[in-house]
Design a protein around this ligand. Sequence first.
Ligand SMILES: C[S@@+](CC[C@H](N)C(=O)[O-])C[C@H]1O[C@@H](n2cnc3c(N)ncnc32)[C@H](O)[C@@H]1O
Length: 250
Amino acid sequence: MAKKPGSGAGGNTPTGKNTSGRGQRDLKVKVKTARGRKLSSTMWLQRQLNDPYVKRAQIDGYRGRAAYKILELNERYNFLVPGARVVDLGCAPGGWCQVAVPRVNALGERAGKAQGFVLGVDLQEVVPIAGAEIHQLDFMADEADAQVKAWLGGNADVVMSDMAASSSGHKQTDHLRIIALCEAAAALAFDVLEPGGTFVAKVLAGGAEQGLQALLKKRFDKVANVKPAASRSDSSEKFVVAMGFRGPQA
Ligand SMILES: C[S@@+](CC[C@H](N)C(=O)[O-])C[C@H]1O[C@@H](n2cnc3c(N)ncnc32)[C@H](O)[C@@H]1O
């Protein structure tokens, strides 16, 4: 049975178990085509029902399989630490926030550890998550940056973006849209990150990300490109993790 949202998502890393889903019995669910359902919907349903990360998210109490991507990135680079102030752009339905809250000690439950906070924003409404402050906002709207800064009320240690516009069905258009979202997220990061801070963003490979990479390399000590195991192999999605922000004047 799935746990209540948030209940199983904190504390120790759920990825202590097998995050790859390998080693599980391969009981593949087949979905029959149904009248009125498009082939693409049937295929999506079949993929969801057979996706080990979807199953694991239900067991672990995460709101979506995306949680395992940030878990893996954090296991590698350890940026979600107690006391960290985190901005989560494109946070709906809330998996990344669920991962961040216990790790930065946003609820102050870990005695002797600094208390951080998590600020999430999304176009969509998000069911509240204890320990996260979440606002509905179009981050591409005029003044969105200023609005986020006002909610933040200071600097951040981590700016992370999983923002993605709905697929247009045209690969290059989707690529350019996601790069625009990343660039907007990076602009906020340049503005609010504390020196030494971390920027994480989802990109789709397609060419235009090279400019963003070059910019990040100038502003951060280290820039890595990662394809987490939870990222579908048939997707051009990858994540850029930029660490060691050199500060606003760099
Ligand atoms: C893949 S989902 C994020 C999943 C999330 N990281 C999680 O773990 O639950 C991408 C999100 O980006 C949001 N998004 C896309 N464009 C946006 C924009 N302009 N401003 C704010 N959010 C946006 C979408 O509404 C969507 O919820």
